[in-house]
Design a protein around this ligand. Structure first.
Ligand code: SAH
Length: 348
């Protein structure tokens, strides 16, 4: 007896081989691929252009790894946080962020996280495992459905800013993005997708070599080596700022696109002029935009958000050097759905 496999772990070529080996026409693979990745089918029964016997054949050999929304919480600002249960019982969180023009999905790439950023709640969870491409894809589908149901609008943007470090799950994240952007999949423009990372130089270069078309955001938080080392000890262990800078130049020269720096300003940590000047200098390497993120407090965290004056000082210093900066206000703080607050708490 053959062991059943997850249907969505097969490439289209592998599906062709399966059908041919079972005396069926190769074009069935195309139909199944469409059901899986374009129509987001979650059972063989839905595949109505396949005969009953073909559906039975699939049922005999394959299964679906499905996830389920265990708990959906809605913030008073409209943000929705999903506690998502995976097939093995592991939990991740994904967030729908509504704005006037957009419905953004913030998705997770790993169960927990192996990094130890001292300001991030997910760091307390440790990394349990990588998400598979279909587990990433399904979070997107769920949020698209919620967008339509609760806001009457489909999903417009995706950010890989949920749990986990997407570059440490490189292949699965890129495969998921492939299914999301493939015209034979969800057909979403890669320009509407942003991958956020602590910045792993080797993998930033690999993305450039792989000619990815989505946007890149780097969690910088300090352009001063010793300070970044304290804030993000493991990021510092794997890279120096000068290696990071060099990899970003490689990215820019090979893709023609700049990057966004994500930056939280904390009181007494990085709220002085010298910090802003170091950031402005670091930005000089390639075209960049700075996204100043409001700090979302986490349990027992030693940090507090810097003053408005400090934020204004940063903006002034960046503007003087013609660097565009925006301030990202927190969404969904009341349900622990904001950046860095995802830690599988249901808030009871
Ligand atoms: N591992 C990836 C993606 C997940 S974090 C990364 O580090 O980029 C998404 C963003 O939220 C990152 O920029 C991260 O630095 C930021 N973040 C983490 N904790 C935060 C907090 N408590 N308040 C505000 N932003 C936070």
């Amino acid at each position: 007896m053959s062991v059943k496999r997850d249907i969505r772990s097969l490439s289209q070529d592998q599906m062709v081989q399966f059908f041919e080996a079972n005396g069926e026409k190769a074009f069935r693979a195309k139909q199944v691929y469409q059901w899986l990745w374009q129509k987001s089918a979650s059972s063989f029964n839905e595949m109505t252009n396949l005969s009953k016997s073909t559906r039975c054949l699939l049922e005999e050999h394959f299964y679906f790894n499905l996830l389920e929304v265990d708990l959906m919480q809605r913030s008073k600002d409209g943000t929705i946080k999903n506690a998502v249960k995976l097939h093995d019982g592991a939990m991740v969180e994904s967030v729908l962020i509504p704005t006037e023009k957009r419905i953004t999905a913030c998705v997770s790439s790993q169960v927990g996280c192996s990094l130890d950023c001292t300001f991030c709640a997910t760091a307390s969870l440790k990394r349990m495992r990588n998400l598979t491409p279909d587990e990433i894809y399904d979070q997107v589908v769920v949020i698209d459905q919620q967008g339509k149901e609760y806001f009457d609008r489909p999903l417009t943007n995706i950010v890989f800013m949920g749990m986990g470090e997407p570059l440490l799950n490189y292949n699965n994240v890129l495969q998921a993005i492939d299914k999301i952007t493939d015209p034979k999949g969800l057909g979403m423009s890669p320009k509407r997708i942003t991958l956020s990372t602590i910045g792993v130089p080797k993998l930033i270069k690999k993305m450039a070599d792989d000619q990815v078309k989505f946007g890149l955001a780097i969690s910088l938080h300090s352009a001063i080596e010793e300070k970044r080392a304290k804030l993000m000890p493991l990021a510092h262990k794997s890279t120096t700022l000068s290696d990071l800078r060099e990899s970003l130049q490689y990215w820019y020269y090979n893709t023609g696109r700049g990057v966004t720096f994500e930056y939280v300003i904390w009181r007494g940590i990085n709220d002085e002029e010298a910090d802003a000047i170091a950031l402005a200098k670091f930005c000089g390497a390639i075209p960049t935009k700075v996204n100043i993120i409001q700090y979302n407090p986490i349990d027992n965290g030693p940090y507090t958000q810097a003053s408005q004056e400090a934020v204004d000082m940063y903006k002034r210093i960046l503007a003087k050097r013609r660097i565009v900066s925006t301030v990202r206000h927190s969404r969904g703080q009341d349900i622990d759905a904001a950046c860095g607050q995802l830690a599988n708490k249901s808030g009871d």
